[in-house]
Write a new protein. Structure first.
Length: 143
């Protein structure tokens, strides 16, 4: 616990790393749902016999609703962040995708802060690798 506290002080995180891990899970669920649709170039290519046709269409609707629900949940969580937390989340993303090194934390936060606006959730949700970048960023800063 001591070590985690010193890491948080070193990077002066205003966002809880556990919150970021929740975002990682939600972002991965969204991207998994999207990529499954396009794997191997078989966009919605499904062979059905007469009996499974009905069941599959309902499964597809349920999967789509679940994916939309996850995206809505992630959007709501991001919109609930204050400016400092959202800037930290974006800085973690920058570090995760290699725009900044962990030692450039303050610079990453400074770069992130002006980008935090009403459309920040849409910006995050447009990143196909958000989950991976957040996880990598957390790892790099030792949170």
């Amino acid at each position: 616990m001591n070590m985690q506290n010193s890491r948080q002080r070193e990077f002066d995180l205003t966002i809880d790393p556990e919150t970021v891990r929740l975002f990682v899970l939600k972002a991965r669920a969204i991207s998994a749902g999207l990529s499954e649709d396009y794997d191997a170039g078989h966009e919605h290519e499904v062979e059905l016999d007469g009996q499974s046709r009905d069941r599959h269409s309902h499964d597809g609707l349920a999967e789509e609703e679940e994916e939309n629900l996850t995206a809505s949940e992630l959007r709501a969580l991001i919109e609930d962040l204050n400016v400092d937390e959202a800037a930290d989340l974006l800085a973690i993303t920058f570090i995760g995708r290699g725009d900044f090194e962990p030692g450039e934390w303050e610079q990453a936060v400074s770069e992130a802060r002006p980008r935090v606006n009403k459309r920040i959730a849409t910006y995050f949700l447009s990143m196909p690798m958000l989950g991976e970048w957040l996880e990598e960023g957390l790892e790099k800063i030792g949170a």
